[in-house]
Ligand binder design. Structure first.
Ligand code: AMP
Length: 113
């Protein structure tokens, strides 16, 4: 599978502002934040898109949501609220083909369009 910029961050070939790491998951601040808090939560194993998620990944994907919940609490945005988004393929606006959960918050977010 081809490398993405996120593989380089996982392998520490590219720096990032990492806010969480465990054996399976990494989270770092988005380089072009769309909200005061904008963190990307990614699995260390490469899954290109939501279409590539398999039943064996169910626990991993669930843990990504739990990591996002933990970061939201750390960032102090859990009570006011936040948004979790996964873009898929071209119409979904996906640019990096290594699945990632956007955690966005810190102000009132606009409607989905
Ligand atoms: P998506 O459009 O869902 O694929 O989102 C990709 C996200 O990755 C965008 O929000 C980019 O700003 C972000 N991004 C791209 N390169 C980097 C990087 N080197 N470090 C942090 N975030 C990045």
């Amino acid at each position: 599978m081809s490398e993405t910029i996120f593989s380089k961050i996982i392998n520490r070939e590219l720096s990032a502002d990492i806010v969480y790491e465990d054996d399976d998951i990494l989270a770092f601040r988005d380089i072009s934040p769309q909200a005061p808090v904008h963190v990307l939560v990614i699995p260390k194993v490469k899954i290109a898109t939501v279409n590539d998620i398999q039943p064996v990944h169910a626990e991993l994907i669930g843990n990504m949501v739990l990591v996002a919940q933990k970061i939201a609490r750390q960032e102090g945005i859990d009570e006011d609220g936040y948004r979790l988004v996964i873009n898929c393929n071209q119409h979904g606006g996906q640019e990096v083909y290594h699945i990632h959960l956007h955690l966005m918050g810190g102000h009132q977010l606009g409607g989905l369009s």
